[in-house]
Structures are given as C-alpha cells and as structure tokens.
Design a protein around this ligand. Structure first.
Ligand code: LMR
Length: 333
C-alpha cells in the first residue's frame, strides 16, 4: 500500500515537472511607439524569429505604443523584472544615472546613418553597454530610427523663430541644452503624452523623426515642420540581466541570433520608413514642410556648438573623440 502511494506521488511529480518543462519562457517586450515604425516592426520581427528559432520554447509578447508603461516607468519595470525586454531611445537613460548615452544627442554629430552604425558596432557601442550592467540591465543591440526634425505651429526658419517656444523633449540634459541654445524652452515629457500636449497647447512644438510624428498623428496638430536633421533617434535593445543570465545557454544563443537578424532588418528599413512617413505627412496637407537650407543649418549648428564643451565631462571626452574619429574615417570612404 505504502509502495503504491509513493509510486503515485512520484508519477504525479513527474507529470508536474513535464508540464512545467513545456511551459514556454515568456519575454515581455514593451515599447512606446506604434507597430508601424522601425522599432515596432523590429520588435515583431524579433518575436517571429525568436519563436521560430526556439521552436516555441520562448514566447515573445510585444506591448507597443506605451500600452503597458510610459518612458520612465518601463525602465523601472525592466529593472524589477515586470518586463524582460525594451528598446528605449538612448536619450532616456539619464534618470538611471548613465548620462554617457546622451553623447548621441550631440547636435549635428552624425552626418549620415552609416557613420552612426560604425560607432555603435565598435568599442563605443560596447563600452556604453557595460555601464548598464551594474543597473541590472544587459544591452543586446542598437536599433536606428532616423534623423530628428522640428515641428511647431509657426514656421521655424531662423533662430529667432524659436524664441519663447515650449518644446517637448526626452529626458536628456544634452537635448535640454540644445533647445536652450536655440532660444526655446525645453519641457521633458513622456512620448505618449506629446500628441495631447501639442493639441492643447501645453507645448508649442517638438522634435522627432518623421516616422514617430506620423504614427502619433502629430501632423494633425502641428502646422509647420522644419527638416533640420539636428540629431538622431537611436535605440538600445535591453534586457533584464538576471533573466538573461538565467536562460538556458541554447535558448540564449537562439535569441542572440534572432536579435542579430532583427537588428539588421531595422537598420535596413529605417530610412525607407521615415521617407514614407514624410511623404504621408506631406500628402495629409495639414503641415507645411520646409527644408532648412545648408547656410541656415550652419547658423543653427554654430548656436549649439558650445554644448560640445559644456557637456564634454558628462558624455565623456574619450567617447566624443572616438566618435568624431570614426565619423571622419567613415566620411573618407
Ligand atoms: C521619443 O521622442 O520619446 C521617442 O524617442 C520615442 C521612441 O521610442 O522613438
């Protein structure tokens, strides 16, 4: 009798363990843009690849458009393990205490996408990721969105036009300095709140990529857009370190492969996504698009130049010099 009881208990335990073994590992991937953006599409691509490569042992749940968390909350949720994966703009790591990522916010630092890709693929990219480890975060990849342009309800053609305007920014001190250098008033705000803030006049303008503007319908509430290309929107795909380190090695390998492939995909589609979004903004005819002439760009650039000295100690002189060198080499080729 006793034998039968323990045999039954052992069999039950086996069944429970087998059922647990079949439970997929859940990766909750939260982000703040729509699915119809470079990052949104990248997240879906990663989900498809990760699930296929692990034959369903991993299930990726993507939560776009601030459905779960806003900018700052999602970083806290990642550290607490409430979500496993994010791809925030690197301009949002300041509140974590890792301001060096703000080097990507330096005005007119990157002349093109290629030089930017070289920088993140090299020691600067990996060096910055190391800073996240003590925060319980592991950096997996850099994704690109595009170059930033300004919008407002008045034309922004000369520096004087910025005077007194309240401009929404991400939580980056470098961007804050930039807006002040242009003569405007920066206002930090979560991405999900920008449309309403523009509509209600809480802020007068904003800066973002055409893709982010169009998918948030900002063109409906902003009459003028200036193609200034003064900065970039870069993402770091990050995971909760404890979760990542605790994965079975074969699963981690498959996820690494899925990430490498989706990263390639995002860089491939980013420019086209932004070109398409710009064409749609123009077609909507609610926003007048002005291309800042090179001579005027030089004036804006000059106004923001003191930031390089001012923020050198924040973003790191070495990092800045390494980036400038890579950009110069990339331009020669
Ligand atoms: C922002 O302006 O907050 C954007 O960078 C959002 C995003 O993730 O692209």
């Amino acid at each position: 009798m006793r034998f039968t009881q323990s045999a039954v208990a052992a069999a039950a335990l086996l069944l429970v363990t087998a059922a647990q073994a079949q439970q997929p590992i859940i990766v909750k991937f939260s982000h703040v843009v729509t699915e119809d953006t470079p990052k949104g599409k990248g997240a879906i691509k990663f989900k498809e690849l990760a699930e296929a490569k692990t034959r369903g042992r991993v299930k990726v749940e993507v939560y776009p458009n601030s459905q779960l968390y806003k900018d700052r909350e999602e970083l806290e949720a990642l550290q607490l393990g409430a979500v496993q994966m994010l791809a925030p703009s690197v301009s949002k790591f300041g509140p974590l205490g890792v301001r060096k990522f703000e080097v990507f916010d330096m005005p007119y630092l990157f002349p093109d996408e290629r030089s930017l890709e070289k920088v993140v693929d090299g020691p600067v990219g990996s060096g910055l990721f190391k800073l996240l480890e003590p925060k319980g975060i592991t950096g997996l990849a850099y994704w690109f969105n595009g170059f930033k342009e300004f919008t407002a309800n008045k034309p922004l053609k000369k520096l004087d036009d910025f005077k007194g305007l309240k401009i929404r920014i991400q939580s980056s001190k470098v961007i804050e300095g930039e807006i002040k250098a242009l003569g405007a008033i920066p206002q930090v705000m979560a991405f999900s709140e920008v449309y309403t803030a523009l509509q209600q006049g809480v802020v007068d303008g904003e800066e973002n990529t055409p893709s982010n503007k169009y998918t948030q319908k900002m063109h409906e509430v902003q009459k003028y857009m200036t193609m200034s290309d003064h900065g970039v929107v870069m993402y770091a795909v990050v995971v909760n370190k404890k979760f990542w380190d605790g994965l079975p090695p074969d699963i981690r390998k498959s996820l690494d492969e899925a990430m490498a492939e989706s990263t390639k995909y995002v860089w491939q589609i980013a420019k086209q996504e932004n070109d398409d979004a710009l064409a749609k903004i123009k077609a909507a005819k609610t926003t007048e698009v002005y291309v800042l002439p090179a001579a005027e760009k030089a004036v804006w650039r000059k106004a923001m130049l003191p930031l390089y000295q001012e923020y050198e100690s924040v973003v790191g002189k070495d990092t800045l010099e390494a980036i400038e060198k890579t950009v110069a080499q990339s331009a020669k080729k």
